[in-house]
Structures are given as structure tokens and as C-alpha cells.
Write a protein that binds this ligand. Sequence first.
Ligand code: AMP
Length: 596
Amino acid sequence: MHWETIHKDTAPVVPPRLSDYEGARSAFTWSQARGALAGLPGGGLNMAHEAVDRHAALDHGEKVALSCVARDDSVSTVTYAELARRTARFANVLRSLGVGRGDRVFTLLGRCPELYTTVLGTLKNTSVLCPLFSAFGPDPVEQRLRLGDAQVLVTTAALYRRKVAERRTSVPGLKHVLIVGPGAEGLPDTASFDDLMSAAPDTFTIPPTSPEDMALLHFTSGTTGTPKGAVHVHEAVVAHHATAASALDLRPEDVYWCTADPGWVTGMSYGIIAPLVHGVTLVVDEGDYDARRWYRILGEQRVTVWYTAPTALRMLMRATPREGPYDLPRAFDLSALRFVASVGEPLNPEAVVWGRDVLGLPVHDNWWQTETGCIMIANFAACDIRPGSMGRPLPGVDATVLERGEDGRARVVDGKVTEVESPGVEGELALRTGWPSMFRGYLHDKERYDAAFADGWYLTGDLVRRDGDGWYWFVGRADDVIKSAGHLIGPFEVESALMEHPAVAEAGVIGRPDPVAGNVVKAFVSLRPGVDPTPDLERELLAFGRRKLGPAVAPREIAFDQKLPKTRSGKVMRRVLRARELGLPTGDLSTLEGSE
Ligand code: AMP
């Protein structure tokens, strides 16, 4: 189906911050973008100073930084001045525990006010913050705590009991577990976050911070091996700030709501850092998705800029079909809304147009990844939208499409890559290195980091096409990682967990397309000799997966298959499983076990 371009012919009430795309691209320099930030009083650059103390020191201290909607719908607010005090207290808590520069502080929390205190207090203390997704099960949590050298974990009693307590001895480096809310008393080897906070002073001078000091650690998934810890430094804040202006059209007077979970990179870069650096009022919803709740929050909080995800939009589309009637959104006053953006997975053109019809604003898709640290390609407020396209590279971002080799990834010959010249030809998306929020390493894995670059380009692992006018269109992943409901899932992590079940001999895991979640995780399992593939065993394996991995990662479907396609070296070929599942040609099978 062909989708018409959405033209922005009527001048918006508020002129966009980026009004002339070509002009902005040619005028932009990262050093100018750096100049828009304050820097620490004694020199250096610290994310938390830009996000909190700078505003508190100016006369915006009494402005609301966080407008927190609790699960029971009650609303509480935190001003920039109060956030400065709370984050100072937390920095002092860390210091009193002997946690210092570069030490790792993990969060396993929902969107509660303490999350913001922990993140920004950690950055003030020049320690490193690593957020975990609270829907992870005990396996992914333990593995990331270990791989990331966690010294401190801030969580709740319920999450600790369910996901960490039994594994505590497997993470010997984890010295301090701080429990937010009630319940610390009954848990050995933990301390109360609130008690420590109330005993700590509420002023703190941020120590000297180099822009290259490590600030954030975000785990992401690859096709093989353990999750990768992408390292980000304080200088990333330059990119957070600049891109939130150009791609999200953010400005200080905005009321901004980012629905991403804080356990993932969007929930950090654009859910905490970027909006606070802009001095906006941030809406923080502790509750879960519910169509009425979300429309109500958009209306009652007078949200002006909304950053959400395709799966969420598709769920809203089910609750409010484009054909109408629009009873649910019309029950609330959405007139404050002026910009809607989405990220994380392909945004189907229907969703872009649905936004225009139901919310009164088209949805602006944008593209980036954990490794890039900031939005790289976007549809801009001032520009037309081609529904289905991710848009065009941001000012300061140099993107290209690279020809692919036999393994499906960019072809590198003698260290050189070849750019695709003709429009519409599929290739691997690559980005010229050197933007401030580019990841600086995969923790403890230099080889994997080095393999992500060639010839001055960062190779993204995504397949795209670029049309004749320079717009990028997402095609798929060049590897086997799975995007389900916007969350990146490594098939290897799921396969390894399933293979710990005594009935399972081998497993191959793929994403099966799903109209709402994009993909759901499906596992093909071969059983040990003598084990029967019964419906009971299928249920047991599904439950086993959920217990270990958590609902966000565990397989939703299990299929028994005693003849999993394998390479001659014995590796399960997910590509073949996926092709079979979709009824597609299986492609070149010359490496398949059993072929001549
Ligand atoms: P993560 O590192 O978890 O943020 O996931 C990054 C990956 O999500 C990208 O490499 C893409 O595969 C996918 N992704 C992000 N944004 C988009 C988008 N706008 N359209 C299609 N895929 C996207």
C-alpha cells in the first residue's frame, strides 16, 4: 500500500527549533553544541550538574522537575531545587559507603522518584550508573550484575526477594543493597535507602569530572555470547542536549513524557538526562500501560511533547481504531500536545497516520541504538513525513549505507568498506565515528568493540535502504537479535536458559512476527533421548523460561523439533528456523549439517 507524504504546510503555533533542515546540517558543529552547556564551575563536564544543579543554581530552582503520577493516580511533584538536594544526599550516601569514582551502581526499579535520585546522585559522585529492566528474571539480572562489576544495587524489597536474594553469593562484588520503601528490616545484608538518605547532608560539591569519565553502562544483546555492556561517558550529555532540541523539538517550557522503561537506554538518555538538561517538567508515570490512563495523563498533565514506542502506539490503536469513534481520547483535553515521536522498532505507516487522525498530530519516527547513545536519524517537527521512513540523519550525524558481504554484514576488504551509491539498494547502516555519545567500549570486551568499526564507520547491524532524497527506510537486522515490544533480546541468552532444563538437548530461538509486539520470542527445542514432547512439557518449559528469564525475555511459544537445522560445526541455524516459520525460501544451505 502506498502512503501519502504528510506535508507540514500549516505553520505550527510554536516555530520548531530546527526549522531549516539543510541549513541546520551545514551550520552544526559538535563544539558549538558543547558550548550550549554550562560545564562544571571549575572546568570539566558532569551530566548531573547539567541536568540538576545548573538549574537549581539559576533562578529555576522552584520549577517542577518531576511530576510523578503514582499507581493510585495521586500526583506529587519534585522541584529542581529539591532534586538537587536529594541527589546531593544520595551522592553523600555513596561517599559514606566508600563508593567512589568509576564504581558501579545498579538500579532495579520502576519509575519511582527514587530512581531519579539514584541516577543523578550516582553521576554527581562520578560513579557509574547501570539501569536494569525490572521485568528481567533472576538469570539476566544476576548475569548483568556480575558482568558489570556491580558494587551497589538500589531496588525494592519485592524485586530483591524475587530476583536477587537467592543469587547474592554468585555476585560477590555486590557490597551494598539499598532497599527503597519498606521491607529492608527483614532482609539480611541490605540497608534502607530512606534511612541512609535522611542521615546524609543535602549539599555536595561535584568532584572534577572529565568529559571522558565513564558515566553510564547499558547492557545490550548480541547474537552470541553474553550481553554486551556499552560504556558511555559524561560527554554524551552534549549529544543528549543537542538531539533533544533538533529531533524532539524540546524547550524549557515543555511538559514532556517519555514512556520508555528506565531499564533501557531511551528511558535514560531521553527519559532522564536530556529533558532535565533542557529544564523541562518531566512526567513520571509509575503505572503500567492502560489506554484510558495514558490519555488521561496526556490530558491532565498537559503534556506538550510525547516520546513513546511503536508497540505502545499499536496498543492504543487497538483501543482507539482510526475509523473512530474517538470516545476515549476525546474524554480528555489533549490540546497542549504539540509533538509526538516514537523509537525502538519499525513504526508502521498506519501508526503515523493514526496519530494524525486520533491525536491530531502525526507520529515522528526516529532511530538510534544503545551504542549510539542518542538519536541519529529522525523525522523533524518542521519537515514533511514519509510514513514508514525513519527520516534523515540529524545535524552532526553522517550516515551511509554499506554494501554487504556473504555473511550479510558490511563487506570489509583490506580494511575498506564500499558505500551503496544507488538509491533504494539494501545495505548495512553505518555512522561516521566521532559524535559525543558514541559508546566508548563494550565492558571487558575490546575485541567485540573493535569488530563494530571499519574504515572510520560504526557498523550498526541494521539493514536499511536510502531513497533518492536521502530518507532512510528500515529493512531488518543483519543479525539474529530479536526486538519484542521494543526490547532487544539475545537469542543465545534464551537458548542457554532453556538448555538448563533437564529435558532439553538443544534450542534455537527466533522472533516470530506479531502484529502488536513486532515480534514474540519463539523457541524450537529438541529433547533428550527418551523424553516425550507432551503438552505438559511444553507448559513446563514455558513456565521454566518465565521463572528464569522474566516475562519480557522468556519464550512465548515452544515448538518441539528433533531435527533442528544445524551447521556442520553443530550450530543451530536460526536463519533456517526463521525462514521455515515464515514459509520463506531457506536460502543457501550449503553449510547445513547433512548436506553434501
Ligand atoms: P536498543 O539498542 O535496544 O535501543 O535497540 C536498537 C535497535 O532497535 C536498532 O538497532 C534497530 O534494530 C531497532 N530500532 C530502533 N529504532 C528503530 C526505528 N525507528 N525503526 C526500526 N528499528 C529501530
